[in-house]
Ligand binder design. Structure first.
Ligand SMILES: [Zn+2]
Length: 359
């Protein structure tokens, strides 16, 4: 095929494309944003590919994986553009470690866990902490508590439940029991209600995020600085439920909720299990009717639900919401338009509103 002669002095468009710098830097954060193919080797890669940098004259940048595939080239074996990115495979490794902790009858040492996922103990510890927000030890402790709750509701005796949960000393457990359960195990067992709440904690750009669901739908989305505090908060809200760690399917739901945090304007059609008084439910429904990028005052909401005098009660219902973002109480401001408080911190509210405006 005849092509017009190229101007040999002009740089190839790839060399001047701002994305090319990400390839040279092997920038992991660019993974998923674009791909590149190399004509001389007949492969396509993700931006972070560790292989030797190609001559930009031979490189084409692609906006989509489909576009890269359409070259007819093969996927690079080193960076595996068709598989999980390094970050996603780290997440998979950490998820595996979490499952090991959850299913182990005994407490696993850091060395055991690191060995099981084929990482060095120090690297594993760092990766676990950066992925989950807690250390493996704290995660195991939180899980033992969840198992204990579970066991107390099922097992024959309190002592059996304590041993089954991996607490090896009855005495030590009783010392901590009131902190952990908010009541003695015997009382807890008597009052245990047969409901399972599944939860997982992840990190998002606003800090730690906890998502919890009943069989009917999402019951809580909590935001905070500290993953352990979120887990405690959930326990306080559902003192009678069995709290169980989410499985891989649940992690996908959590990933979608994290996506909602990053781009609240996109919305997310999540099944919610909304629990509150009839009045709270009316307020929360009115909140869900506020489109992204808009704000209303407490007075506006009071009028919308046909209770114009109940401004204070509306503010109370907004504060009592515990499904952050999906019930967008961040879209309610003071009557004078000023930013009012937010259960998860006014800075997070400001940032969510900024994202909805900016998008
Ligand atoms: Zn590659």
């Amino acid at each position: 095929m005849d092509k017009p002669a190229k101007d040999r002095t002009a740089p190839h468009p790839t060399a001047t494309d701002p994305r090319w710098r990400h390839v040279l830097a092997r920038d992991k954060t660019a993974d998923g944003a674009f791909w590149y193919s190399v004509a001389t080797t007949g492969i396509y890669c993700r931006p972070s590919c560790p292989s030797r940098a190609a001559n930009p004259d031979h490189v084409t940048l692609h906006d989509s994986l489909d576009d890269a595939r359409a070259t007819g080239f093969r996927a690079c074996k080193r960076c595996n553009p068709e598989g999980l990115s390094a970050d996603a495979s780290h997440a998979a490794i950490i998820a595996k470690a979490c499952r090991l902790i959850e299913h182990s009858e005994t407490s696993l040492s850091l060395a055991d866990l690191a060995d099981a996922v084929e990482l060095s103990p120090s690297y594993f510890h760092r990766l676990f902490k950066s992925t989950t927000g807690v250390t493996p030890k704290a995660y195991a402790a939180a899980h033992r508590v969840a198992r204990l709750r579970d066991g107390l509701d099922k097992a024959g005796s309190v002592t059996q439940a304590i041993y089954a949960a991996g607490f090896n000393s009855n005495g030590r457990f009783y010392e901590q029991a009131s902190d952990i359960l908010g009541m003695t195990p015997t009382r807890y067992k008597a009052g245990g209600r047969d409901e399972e709440i599944c939860f997982a904690i992840a990190q998002c750009s606003l800090g730690a995020i906890l998502v919890a669901s009943s069989a009917k739908g999402v019951v809580s989305i909590l935001l905070g600085d500290d993953a352990n505090a979120l887990a405690e908060d959930l326990q306080d809200r559902f003192p009678q439920a069995h709290l169980v760690g989410g499985d891989a399917d649940y992690d996908r739901l959590v990933a979608r909720v994290v996506g909602l945090v990053e781009a609240p304007k996109l919305g997310l059609d999540l099944p919610l299990d909304v629990r509150g008084t009839a009045f709270q439910q009316r307020v929360w429904q009115a909140l869900r009717d506020i489109p992204a990028g808009r704000t209303l005052s407490y007075r506006d909401i009071a009028e919308r639900i046909g209770a114009p005098k109940a401004v204070r009660a509306v503010a109370g219902a907004c504060a009592a919401n515990h499904i952050a973002i999906a019930i967008p109480c961040h879209r309610v401001v003071r009557n004078d338009g000023a930013l009012s408080g937010y259960a998860w911190g006014v800075e997070r509210k400001r940032e969510l509103l900024r994202r909805e405006d900016a998008a």
